[in-house]
Design a protein around this ligand. Structure first.
Ligand code: G3P
Length: 217
């Protein structure tokens, strides 16, 4: 499973990239707001860190304007993935932009049928939002699993990019049900290294080592 970083924090992206944890990056208007930076400038900097797909989202609601915005965003770097919302206009934009050879990420997916029509419109990635379904007492992971089954039934090549990933458990479940990619904030990715028994075991090793009175270096 590929790991994308759901962030525009360039220091955090660089840190994760330096030890092989970054296969790509996803951003959205809320993430750009949080960064406090200009979308073109920060996206260009992110593309200088990773060669993997970097999702930059259009903000218009009409297909023609989304297409124009998508073309402008795609000029930033060859690894830009234009992100469009899962609306009828977004799907029209997806069809045109993917027809031009651009990678397209269709976002805000909350149903299998939405994922099905995004694949038919030529999406490179479909982004189902796990956490936001869990928030309203639905099962985000069941959606990932159902999309996997439907895409496999018909050989769709659209990659399932599990989004709104909020916990280590989400990451495990995504890998078990066969998501192609998961995107998560840096804190969730770093948290994957943590286990209470690792901390406890290491504490014991440190104490016992001190008692040996030995040194390696
Ligand atoms: O990848 C989508 C993500 O940015 C949304 O996450 O936690 O706001 O639902 P969240």
């Amino acid at each position: 499973m590929k790991f994308f970083v759901d962030s525009a924090d360039v220091d955090a992206i660089r840190e994760l990239h330096d030890f092989g944890m970054v296969d790509g990056v996803t951003t959205n208007p809320s993430i750009i707001l949080k960064s406090g930076r200009d979308i073109m400038e920060v996206t260009r900097e992110i593309c200088s860190i990773t060669d993997g797909p970097v999702s930059a989202e259009v903000v218009s609601l009409k297909a023609d304007e989304m297409i124009a915005e998508g073309r402008k965003l795609a000029e930033i770097a060859p690894n830009i993935t234009v992100k469009v919302p899962l609306t009828w206009d977004g799907l029209k934009a997806c069809k045109v932009l993917s027809g031009e050879g651009k990678m397209v990420n269709v976002t805000l997916c909350f149903s299998v049928n939405q994922a099905l029509i995004a694949a038919k419109a030529g999406a490179t990635f479909i982004s189902p939002f796990i956490g936001r379904l869990d928030d309203i007492n639905l099962d985000g992971m069941e959606l990932i699993s159902d999309i996997r089954q439907v895409y496999d039934n018909y050989g769709f090549e659209t990659q399932i990019l599990a989004a709104s990933v909020r916990s280590a458990n989400h990451v495990t479940q995504c890998a078990l049900v066969g998501a192609d990619v998961m995107t998560a904030p840096p804190s969730v990715i770093k948290g994957l290294a943590s286990h209470v028994l690792t901390d406890k075991g290491l504490d014991q090793f440190v104490k016992d080592w001190a008692k040996t009175g030995q040194k390696i270096l």
